[in-house]
Design a protein around this ligand. Structure first.
Ligand code: ZN
Length: 202
Protein backbone atom coordinates (compact mmCIF):
# COMPACT_ATOMS: atom_id res chain seq x y z
CA UNK A 1 0.00 0.00 0.00
CA UNK A 2 2.78 2.44 0.85
CA UNK A 3 5.51 3.45 -1.51
CA UNK A 4 8.52 3.02 0.76
CA UNK A 5 10.67 1.05 -1.67
CA UNK A 6 9.37 2.41 -4.93
CA UNK A 7 10.55 5.96 -4.55
CA UNK A 8 12.67 8.31 -2.49
CA UNK A 9 10.05 11.01 -2.78
CA UNK A 10 8.65 12.16 0.52
CA UNK A 11 5.08 11.94 1.68
CA UNK A 12 2.97 12.14 4.82
CA UNK A 13 1.04 9.37 6.55
CA UNK A 14 -1.30 10.06 9.46
CA UNK A 15 -2.40 7.42 11.96
CA UNK A 16 -5.22 8.71 14.13
CA UNK A 17 -7.90 7.53 16.50
CA UNK A 18 -9.04 7.63 20.12
CA UNK A 19 -7.17 6.56 23.23
CA UNK A 20 -6.54 2.79 23.35
CA UNK A 21 -7.00 2.42 19.59
CA UNK A 22 -3.45 1.22 18.90
CA UNK A 23 -2.10 4.36 17.15
CA UNK A 24 1.33 4.09 18.68
CA UNK A 25 1.51 0.34 18.04
CA UNK A 26 0.77 1.02 14.36
CA UNK A 27 3.40 3.80 14.26
CA UNK A 28 5.96 1.46 15.81
CA UNK A 29 5.07 -1.33 13.37
CA UNK A 30 5.72 0.93 10.38
CA UNK A 31 8.93 2.33 11.84
CA UNK A 32 10.31 -1.11 12.69
CA UNK A 33 9.57 -2.28 9.15
CA UNK A 34 11.56 0.68 7.76
CA UNK A 35 14.43 0.01 10.17
CA UNK A 36 14.49 -3.61 9.09
CA UNK A 37 15.07 -2.38 5.53
CA UNK A 38 18.08 -0.39 6.81
CA UNK A 39 16.34 2.94 6.38
CA UNK A 40 17.45 5.68 8.71
CA UNK A 41 14.64 6.39 11.15
CA UNK A 42 14.21 9.21 13.67
CA UNK A 43 11.33 9.39 16.10
CA UNK A 44 10.10 12.47 17.93
CA UNK A 45 7.41 13.26 20.44
CA UNK A 46 6.46 16.45 22.31
CA UNK A 47 8.25 16.86 25.62
CA UNK A 48 4.89 17.08 27.33
CA UNK A 49 4.26 13.34 27.00
CA UNK A 50 6.33 11.92 29.83
CA UNK A 51 3.88 9.31 31.04
CA UNK A 52 6.19 6.34 30.71
CA UNK A 53 9.69 7.24 29.64
CA UNK A 54 11.58 10.27 28.39
CA UNK A 55 13.45 8.45 25.69
CA UNK A 56 11.03 5.96 24.22
CA UNK A 57 7.90 6.08 22.18
CA UNK A 58 6.07 3.62 24.34
CA UNK A 59 2.71 2.15 23.50
CA UNK A 60 0.42 0.77 26.15
CA UNK A 61 1.78 -2.73 25.71
CA UNK A 62 5.39 -1.59 26.29
CA UNK A 63 6.41 -2.24 22.68
CA UNK A 64 9.00 0.53 22.84
CA UNK A 65 11.22 2.22 20.30
CA UNK A 66 13.82 4.93 21.00
CA UNK A 67 12.65 8.50 20.50
CA UNK A 68 13.68 12.08 21.11
CA UNK A 69 11.42 14.38 23.14
CA UNK A 70 11.39 17.89 21.60
CA UNK A 71 10.23 21.25 22.99
CA UNK A 72 8.72 22.51 19.76
CA UNK A 73 8.03 21.21 16.28
CA UNK A 74 10.81 23.41 14.83
CA UNK A 75 13.40 21.22 16.53
CA UNK A 76 12.29 18.27 14.42
CA UNK A 77 13.54 20.01 11.27
CA UNK A 78 16.92 20.69 12.83
CA UNK A 79 17.28 17.07 13.92
CA UNK A 80 16.14 15.38 10.73
CA UNK A 81 19.20 15.71 8.54
CA UNK A 82 20.18 12.47 6.80
CA UNK A 83 17.09 10.46 7.62
CA UNK A 84 14.73 8.49 5.41
CA UNK A 85 11.78 8.23 7.75
CA UNK A 86 10.56 10.56 10.51
CA UNK A 87 8.04 9.25 13.03
CA UNK A 88 6.10 11.69 15.20
CA UNK A 89 3.99 10.48 18.12
CA UNK A 90 1.31 12.37 20.09
CA UNK A 91 1.25 15.02 17.36
CA UNK A 92 -1.89 16.62 18.78
CA UNK A 93 0.16 18.04 21.66
CA UNK A 94 2.64 19.97 19.50
CA UNK A 95 2.72 23.77 19.67
CA UNK A 96 -0.13 24.08 22.15
CA UNK A 97 1.35 27.31 23.42
CA UNK A 98 1.66 29.00 20.02
CA UNK A 99 -0.68 31.98 19.90
CA UNK A 100 -3.49 31.30 17.42
CA UNK A 101 -2.75 34.40 15.31
CA UNK A 102 0.85 33.38 15.12
CA UNK A 103 -0.11 29.85 14.10
CA UNK A 104 -2.34 31.05 11.27
CA UNK A 105 -0.27 33.81 9.75
CA UNK A 106 3.33 33.17 10.64
CA UNK A 107 4.11 29.64 11.65
CA UNK A 108 1.74 26.73 11.41
CA UNK A 109 3.99 24.66 13.60
CA UNK A 110 3.92 20.92 13.15
CA UNK A 111 1.89 21.15 9.92
CA UNK A 112 4.58 23.20 8.19
CA UNK A 113 7.30 21.00 9.64
CA UNK A 114 5.71 17.86 8.19
CA UNK A 115 5.24 19.55 4.81
CA UNK A 116 8.88 20.68 4.71
CA UNK A 117 10.12 17.22 5.66
CA UNK A 118 8.00 15.51 3.01
CA UNK A 119 8.94 18.13 0.39
CA UNK A 120 12.59 17.39 1.07
CA UNK A 121 12.09 13.68 0.31
CA UNK A 122 11.43 12.24 3.77
CA UNK A 123 8.62 9.81 4.59
CA UNK A 124 6.76 11.30 7.55
CA UNK A 125 4.54 9.12 9.75
CA UNK A 126 2.45 11.10 12.24
CA UNK A 127 0.35 9.54 14.99
CA UNK A 128 -2.10 11.44 17.18
CA UNK A 129 -5.53 11.80 18.71
CA UNK A 130 -7.97 13.09 16.12
CA UNK A 131 -10.47 14.39 18.71
CA UNK A 132 -10.13 15.74 22.21
CA UNK A 133 -12.28 14.46 25.10
CA UNK A 134 -15.14 16.77 24.03
CA UNK A 135 -15.23 15.28 20.54
CA UNK A 136 -13.64 18.40 18.99
CA UNK A 137 -10.93 17.95 16.31
CA UNK A 138 -7.63 18.16 18.16
CA UNK A 139 -5.10 20.96 17.45
CA UNK A 140 -3.10 20.39 14.26
CA UNK A 141 -4.58 16.94 13.52
CA UNK A 142 -7.36 18.03 11.09
CA UNK A 143 -4.88 19.99 8.95
CA UNK A 144 -2.36 17.14 9.08
CA UNK A 145 -5.05 14.71 7.92
CA UNK A 146 -6.05 17.06 5.11
CA UNK A 147 -2.52 17.52 3.82
CA UNK A 148 -1.33 13.91 4.20
CA UNK A 149 -1.21 11.45 1.30
CA UNK A 150 -2.47 8.61 3.50
CA UNK A 151 -4.75 8.66 6.54
CA UNK A 152 -5.42 5.59 8.66
CA UNK A 153 -8.09 5.73 11.34
CA UNK A 154 -7.69 3.06 13.97
CA UNK A 155 -10.41 2.26 16.49
CA UNK A 156 -10.74 1.13 20.06
CA UNK A 157 -13.62 -0.97 21.39
CA UNK A 158 -16.35 0.83 23.34
CA UNK A 159 -16.02 -0.22 26.98
CA UNK A 160 -19.75 0.29 27.45
CA UNK A 161 -21.33 -1.58 24.53
CA UNK A 162 -18.61 -3.27 22.48
CA UNK A 163 -19.07 -1.23 19.28
CA UNK A 164 -16.11 0.39 17.53
CA UNK A 165 -15.06 3.42 19.61
CA UNK A 166 -13.65 6.70 18.34
CA UNK A 167 -14.22 8.97 21.36
CA UNK A 168 -11.86 9.37 24.31
CA UNK A 169 -14.23 9.98 27.18
CA UNK A 170 -12.65 11.66 30.19
CA UNK A 171 -13.61 10.12 33.49
CA UNK A 172 -12.65 13.14 35.60
CA UNK A 173 -14.21 16.60 35.77
CA UNK A 174 -11.00 18.45 34.84
CA UNK A 175 -11.53 20.63 31.77
CA UNK A 176 -7.86 21.13 30.90
CA UNK A 177 -7.35 20.18 27.25
CA UNK A 178 -3.89 18.72 27.73
CA UNK A 179 -4.22 16.04 30.34
CA UNK A 180 -2.25 12.88 30.12
CA UNK A 181 -3.67 9.76 31.47
CA UNK A 182 -4.28 6.12 31.35
CA UNK A 183 -7.13 3.78 32.03
CA UNK A 184 -8.19 5.64 35.17
CA UNK A 185 -8.55 8.94 33.26
CA UNK A 186 -10.07 8.01 29.90
CA UNK A 187 -12.24 5.33 28.40
CA UNK A 188 -12.86 4.66 24.71
CA UNK A 189 -16.55 4.89 23.82
CA UNK A 190 -18.59 4.83 20.63
CA UNK A 191 -20.69 7.56 19.02
CA UNK A 192 -23.92 6.33 20.59
CA UNK A 193 -22.61 6.00 24.14
CA UNK A 194 -20.89 9.39 23.79
CA UNK A 195 -24.14 11.02 22.70
CA UNK A 196 -26.03 9.42 25.58
CA UNK A 197 -23.46 10.66 28.10
CA UNK A 198 -23.31 14.10 26.57
CA UNK A 199 -27.11 14.49 26.67
CA UNK A 200 -27.13 13.39 30.31
CA UNK A 201 -24.43 15.90 31.25
CA UNK A 202 -26.21 18.81 29.56
ZN1 ZN B 1 -20.83 2.23 22.98
Amino acid sequence: MFLENASRKGYIEVICGSMFSGKTEELIRRLKRAKFANQRVEIFKPKIDVRYSDEDVVSHDSNAIRSTPVDSSGNILLMSADVDVVGIDEAQFFDQNLVEVCRQFFDRGIIDVCRQLADSGIRVIVAGLDMDYRGVPFGPMPALMATAEYVTKVHAICVRCGNLAHHSHRLTADSKLVMLGEKDTYEPICRHCFRELYNKEK
